[in-house]
Design a binder for this molecule. Structure first.
Ligand code: NAP
Length: 291
């Protein structure tokens, strides 16, 4: 098995979770560049994996708006991996995003796999093109759409909130309270990927924690669980403009995982409690060493 993007937030959890079940190799930049077909083929031909788990992506949502390079990584890259998987009989697991939806579905109903995607950002559009390249390739593949990922490794929203709370204890943190999604711990997603690999289930799957909240609810719940003092106030998306538009409602329902009896996710609050219990201390220390 080969994890592509193995140094990233999800990739590093996949390395530890999938590694418990068998031999797993990891690759990331600079060894591989999935936007470069020749370099990708060279790595795959050398390692000849039976299963490829692609966690590599251009994940800087706002930077995607002005960097066409994101299309090479998010759209072309998955297509190259799928072509190799097809020609070599490998199983491909690919990770996509809730941002393939426009968020116009009525609050608070969740999107299922049969809802029509209609992305409103370059990131969402490029990730949707990656999904389509895989589905059209004919490779044996599973695509897992996840959302609002956080984990012990790499950058994420929760770490940003923690850093702001620790650095600006006198200042109020303003957090968007009118976008709703399903926060998901990358470690649980890695366990979900292991279950999908074990079953060889194919097609499109939504793969997020159960339930939903706003970014404000998420930050508030996390900082309280961390026991860090903070002052926070809700704001609207209009009051916090960003280069990329985000969907107001990107709540996902894991309908196909449930139908296949593969869904392992529980409520996002329980998942976060487990995350804080397992990783809270190391995340706190990491912020401390950055000050
Ligand atoms: N983070 C979220 O909130 C979120 C939400 C929904 C869906 N997702 C999806 O979940 C997946 C995992 O996200 P994540 O949070 O783990 O992302 P991440 O921490 O940014 O990890 C992505 C990894 O891909 C690597 N990479 C970038 N360009 C590459 C290239 N051309 N070739 C090979 N590797 C490359 C990155 O290396 P460098 O760091 O050196 O660039 C990094 O190690 C992605 O598909 C993402 O679209 C994420």
């Amino acid at each position: 098995m080969l994890v592509v993007g193995s140094n990233g937030q999800l990739g590093s959890d996949c390395m530890s979770v999938l590694g418990k079940a068998g031999a797993v190799l990891g690759t990331d930049v600079p060894e591989i560049d999935i936007s470069d077909n020749l370099k990708t083929m060279e790595v795959l031909n050398r390692l000849r994996p039976e299963v490829i788990v692609n966690c590599a992506a251009y994940t800087a949502v706002d930077a995607c708006e002005s960097d066409p390079g994101c299309w090479k990584i998010n759209a072309d890259g998955p297509g190259f991996l799928a072509q190799w998987a097809l020609e070599n009989g490998a199983f491909l697991v690919h990770v996509s995003t809730d941002y393939v939806f426009d968020g116009e579905k009525s609050l608070y109903s969740a999107y299922t796999e049969t809802d029509e995607p209609s992305p409103v950002s370059e990131y969402g559009k490029s990730k949707l093109a990656g999904e389509q390249a895989i589905l059209e390739s004919g490779a044996e593949a599973a695509i897992l759409r996840t959302a609002w990922l956080y984990g012990a490794n790499g950058k994420n929203f929760l770490k940003t909130m923690l850093r702001m709370a620790l650095q600006n204890q006198e200042r109020e943190i303003r957090v968007v309270n009118d976008q709703f999604g399903s926060p998901t711990w990358s470690h649980t997603l890695a366990r979900q990927i292991a279950a999908v690999v074990g079953s060889r289930a194919t097609g499109l799957f939504h793969a997020t924690s159960e339930g939903y909240c706003s970014w404000y609810d998420l930050a508030d719940s996390f900082l309280k669980q961390m026991g860090v003092p903070f002052q926070m106030a809700p704001c609207t998306s209009t009051e916090y403009p960003t280069p990329a538009r985000r969907p107001q409602n990107s709540i996902l329902e894991n309908a196909r995982l449930k139908k296949a009896e593969l869904n392992i996710f529980s409520d996002w609050r329980e998942e976060m409690e487990r995350f804080v219990a397992a990783c809270g201390e190391s995340v706190l220390q990491e912020q401390g060493t950055k000050n």
